[in-house]
Design a binder for this molecule. Structure first.
Ligand code: TXA
Ligand code: MG
Length: 351
């Protein structure tokens, strides 16, 4: 398949190109597009064939359900039934934005999209290009992250091109993702709202709106989880994994730096390609041939926006062993460490 790559200028978006992307989706083709979280691999959420093609393009098992992306509130009541009042309050506060809600699905939504589940995941992205493409399609767009299964989520078009070139009809380049971590997922289909995946919207944010919110056990896991029904990434399938083995070193900064430098020296002596993943504040203290700084701990979004790109770069640069700090940013550390722990296969060293 020949993949068309188009670039959309956010200041002066070319309507004709967005219409073209929408038309392809309506016809059942696959279009990867930017969102504020990560790039999505879009297909018509109401066409069984489109869902099947998404799974094939990603190399993803078909019981791992997809998120349907919408551009207006009317779509919510078309795709979901028995919608609790809380869903409207959360939508009011966090949509459009990095929030996915799990609700009971309507008959319109095919099981091919929900991985056989009676529930459906719905999100209204804030990214203008994503919104325009959804509107232009005239339908609702199922879109998992636009990476090959098992690879870090894409935060810029070149990551999508790396993974999906030749597998989708179109890739829309809209520049770097703003947040860089996938949406927060909250399950509203049961008695108590449950966070299935932490993201930019945190438990504290949810608690401002909902009286009671719980984390799914797997979110807090410090070991791999066995899960029978796929709920969120990494619960059942391996996710976010670079080829190199990551070890997270946790503890007081000084002790962490000392330990990582010792470990790096040992590995480099053996001729092993070794990298350090750290914050801007500490990067000068490491002695290692390859240092990936994710940005300043003081900025809310720098670390999150750069994490997946750094993991991908470590693959491109063929790093075999990676030592990472633990990132204690104010708001997003829960979401960041959730991704990093999975990428490390829960290999954590306390010093
Ligand atoms: O930020 C995001 O959410 C991005 C962008 C493209 O919107 N999308 C994304 O999709 O991360 P994906 O497929 O990589 O992750 C969605 C996860 C699935 O792994 C699945 O476990 C969970 O959402 N999910 C989807 N439908 C579900 C359902 N009905 N019940 C429970 N979990 C569900
Ligand atoms: Mg994904």
């Amino acid at each position: 398949m020949n993949t068309r790559i188009i670039t959309i200028d956010r200041e002066h978006p070319d309507k004709m190109l967005l219409e073209e992307a929408g038309r392809l989706l309506r016809e059942g083709a696959l279009v990867a597009f930017p969102t504020e979280t990560v790039y999505g691999l879009g297909g018509d959420g109401l066409q069984e064939d489109a869902a099947a093609r998404i799974y094939a393009a990603k190399g993803r098992p078909s019981d791992n359900p997809l998120i349907i992306h919408i551009a207006d509130m009317a779509a919510l009541e078309i795709l979901a039934v028995d919608i609790p009042e809380l869903a409207y309050r959360l939508a009011e506060r966090f949509w459009p934005g990095p929030l996915t809600m799990i609700l009971k699905k309507s008959k319109l939504v095919p099981y091919a999209t929900t991985g056989g589940l009676e529930t459906v995941a719905i999100r209204m992205p804030s990214d203008k290009i994503a919104q325009e493409i959804i509107r232009a399609s005239g339908t609702y767009i199922a879109a998992p992250s636009a990476n090959l299964s098992g690879r870090p989520s894409p935060t810029r078009a070149e990551h999508v091109i790396e993974d999906l070139s030749g597998r989708v009809e179109m890739i829309v380049d809209g520049g770097d993702s703003d947040i860089g971590l996938e949406s927060s997922i909250i399950d509203l289909s049961g008695e108590v709202p449950v966070i299935l995946r932490p993201g930019f919207i945190t438990k504290e944010d949810f608690e401002q709106i909902a009286a009671e919110v719980e984390y799914d056990r797997a979110v807090l896991a410090t070991k791999p989880q066995e899960s029978v029904v796929a709920k969120a990434p990494g619960m059942k399938y391996r996710h976010y994994a670079p080829k190199g083995q990551i070890t997270i070193v946790e503890g007081e900064t000084e002790a962490v730096v000392k330990k990582i430098n010792e470990l790096v020296a040992e590995q480099e002596q053996k001729g092993i390609q070794t990298a350090v993943l750290c914050a801007e504040e500490t990067k000068e203290q490491y002695v290692c041939r390859k240092i990936y700084s994710l940005g300043s701990l003081k900025s809310e979004k720098e670390i999150s926006a750069h994490l997946f790109a750094a993991l991908r770069l470590s693959d491109t640069e063929q790093m075999e062993v990676i030592y990472s700090e633990s990132f204690d940013t104010t708001k997003l550390s829960g979401a960041i460490m959730n991704r990093l722990r999975k990428a490390a296969g829960y290999q954590i060293l306390h010093v």
